[in-house]
Design a protein around this ligand. Structure first.
Ligand code: FE2
Ligand code: FE2
Length: 412
């Protein structure tokens, strides 16, 4: 047996294994044998990959009880069928959503969320302005919000699209904001830092989380900029002495951080701190998203296919720059995974992050038009080893390369 019963992951399943474990159900379809016997075909998924399965007994009842995206406890037997391993499901039980450990199913930030939260707290404690400092302390004291911030992805796809990605992105933008404030001392350091930490807080209510990571109704109808301002106003309501101008400027930083109308900001940045925040946010999204893109799409020549969103090919230098981290062959923790997008919702998403700077129609004419932007759709499913989460104890939360979307349930 490859692993202990109850903890087996998809990547560890071998023919002959007895399976008793939780999986996400995907691609459920009802079929019929030549003899007229009904069966259910489906895929069992976790963060390490997916595997075909069949339900031969009480297939119709199974089809009525479960739908794509459900998490179920499965008992079964792994068998070899036409040189592929397939699971014969003998028992399936629903799993209460509250009891699900999503880290089993979804890719995670390699950074410890508690370390990242502690770094945010240190940044806030170093603030000078008593009003902004108090307001940001209120944010940290909101346990429900902080729990979501630690868990939520930063986006549905393209950048930091994994559990803990929102906290990772927030800390990264906050670090960049402090660096910008050091470089340009005429900036209001506390306002910029507050905006950096608050800019995507609305995403805690924009996404459901869970296997399909879809948008909430509030996310679809309002978006995280408006939700972020609403959360800010909830906190400000309990601080009647908060300077009105500081509140106004902080709201401006939140609503303008996407930079352009077509990217979802109702106002363009109109103070330097807002301009700096927009640049830091855009930079961090691109470093993460494009780093992942180049790593996954560059071939032996070092070149990627054409990226229509950015309107260029990207190149991964080989040789002397191999120590540059994000462009390493495999990242610091070994091979990265290739996403399997088969369980992903096909529903279009609302206007997304600043990374979406060019509509697809903006791609130039010619053969390059055939190429895919940031799309995961061209890659093949594969199963890759999981990487352990790291915990760091350094002064700053040390984030190694994110574990890439081994199972792209968050993406697309
Ligand atoms: Fe945003
Ligand atoms: Fe952001």
């Amino acid at each position: 047996m490859a692993e202990d019963i109850g903890t087996i992951m998809v990547e560890g399943i071998r023919a002959g294994d007895e399976i008793q474990s939780e999986f996400i159900l995907a691609d459920i379809r009802l079929g019929q044998t030549k003899n007229g016997h009904a069966f259910v075909g489906l895929k069992l998924k976790d963060r390490t990959g997916s595997i075909e399965a069949r339900v031969w007994d009480r297939a119709e009842a199974f089809g009525r009880a479960f739908k794509n995206g459900d998490v179920a406890w499965i008992r079964g037997q792994a068998e070899s069928y036409q040189n592929l391993v397939q699971v014969k499901v003998t028992e399936a039980r629903t799993v209460l959503v509250e009891t699900i450990d999503w880290t089993r199913f979804l890719p995670c930030s390699p950074c410890d969320p508690e370390d990242m939260a502690a770094e945010l707290a240190r940044m806030i404690e170093a603030m000078s302005d008593p009003h902004l400092k108090g307001l940001m302390r209120d944010l940290l004291a909101d346990e429900t919000l902080m729990a979501s911030l630690k868990k939520a992805p930063a986006a549905k796809r393209f950048h930091h699209a994994y559990l803990g990605g929102l906290m990772e992105h927030t800390v990264s933008v906050a670090r960049a904001a402090l660096a910008a404030a050091d470089l340009y001392p005429f900036l209001n350091r506390d306002l910029l830092l507050a905006g950096a930490i608050w800019h995507d807080v609305g995403k805690t209510r924009e996404f459901y989380g869970g296997p399909l990571n879809d948008y909430t109704d509030e996310g679809r109808l309002l978006g995280h900029l408006v939700i972020g301002v609403a959360i800010l106003d909830e906190k400000l309501a309990r601080r009647p002495d908060f300077p009105p101008e500081a509140a106004l400027l902080l709201r401006h930083l939140i609503v303008s951080h996407h930079g352009e109308y077509e990217l979802g900001s109702p106002k363009k940045p109109k103070i330097l701190e807002a301009l700096a925040l927009h640049q830091m946010d855009d930079l961090d999204a691109k470093m993460n998203g494009l780093g992942d893109y180049i790593r996954r799409h560059a071939d032996e020549s070092g070149w990627t296919d054409y990226n229509r969103l950015m309107e260029r090919y990207f190149y991964r230098p080989t040789g002397w720059s191999s120590a540059s981290g994000p462009l390493d062959e495999d990242g610091p923790e070994g091979p990265v995974g290739i996403p399997d997008t088969s369980a992903v919702s096909a529903e279009p998403e609302p206007p997304r992050e600043a990374l979406s700077s060019a509509p697809e129609s903006a791609a130039p004419a010619g053969p390059e038009q055939q190429a895919e932007p940031f799309s995961d759709s061209k890659v093949s499913p594969s199963i890759t080893p999981a990487q352990p989460r790291r915990s760091t104890r350094s002064e700053t939360a040390d984030c190694p390369e994110p574990r890439r979307n081994q199972l792209s349930l968050l993406g697309d």
